[in-house]
Ligand binder design. Structure first.
Ligand code: CU
Length: 71
């Protein structure tokens, strides 16, 4: 399957440290690439190789302290 582009709304981000933590949480998941975390729009975008990685991504970001949801 081709990579699918995902955008999540991410709460609680208010500085570069926060975006870095979200970025790190996503980087730790195999199958996720092209990660970009935007402080201004409070969104995280990335490509996934499998559909179930969306749930993993939401879980990982939320556990890191930044509640995430599909927009
Ligand atoms: Cu911060």
């Amino acid at each position: 399957m081709a990579d699918q582009k995902i955008t999540l709304a991410v709460d609680n981000m208010n500085c570069g440290h926060c975006t870095g933590m979200v970025q790190k949480a996503l980087e730790a998941i195999t199958g996720i690439s092209d990660i970009s975390v935007d402080l201004g729009t409070k969104k995280a975008s990335f490509s996934i190789q499998e559909k179930n990685l969306v749930e993993q991504a939401i879980d990982a970001i939320t556990k890191a302290g930044y509640p995430a949801s599909l927009k």
